[in-house]
Design a protein around this ligand. Sequence first.
Ligand SMILES: Cc1cc2nc3c(=O)[nH]c(=O)nc-3n(C[C@H](O)[C@H](O)[C@H](O)COP(=O)(O)O)c2cc1C
Length: 170
Amino acid sequence: MSYAIIYSSNTGNTAKLAECIKHILPSDKLIYFGAPADEAMQADILFVGSWTDKGTCSPEVAEFLNGLENKQIYLFGTAGFGDSSAYFDEIEKRMAQNIPSGNVLLGYYLCQGKMPQSVRTRYEAIAQTDPKKAQPMLDNFDRALSHPNQDDLEELKKSVCNLLKKICLA
Ligand SMILES: Cc1cc2nc3c(=O)[nH]c(=O)nc-3n(C[C@H](O)[C@H](O)[C@H](O)COP(=O)(O)O)c2cc1C
């Protein structure tokens, strides 16, 4: 069985997850690695990743997922907020809504990803007038700074290795 890793990443967080998946899986079965493209649709198993844009995947990834037929799909991604599995589950559900019936969702993994400094600057401006509102946002921003970290990548590896026990990429 062949596979492809397709992802959308503006600032490199989701790209780290994509690289991590690439290192775990057999290189001779990889037919595509990169941004959403028709070429990737030749693969049997698709690892599809995205940064979180307004609570769901990027429009490019949504469009790509919408075009899939009879594929086995594993979703992955990063989000600026969260730090809780319930939040990540919600994002995954919204991402998965783009997958037409007839495809099989094999699993997913999401973790937190750092945000640009411009976001903190915006929170700091809010803190001037509404410090109570801004503090949790500033705390979350600072927590996100180290993500995705080694622990996140280990969790992703575990998830993908568990998947490998169920599917055949040999
Ligand atoms: C325009 C924009 C919208 C975003 N919307 C969300 C969101 O709704 N929820 C969230 O948790 N993070 C949101 N984020 C944060 C990013 O998803 C997060 O930093 C992600 O790790 C970036 O991944 P990348 O480095 O692969 O691009 C948003 C970031 C931007 C720039």
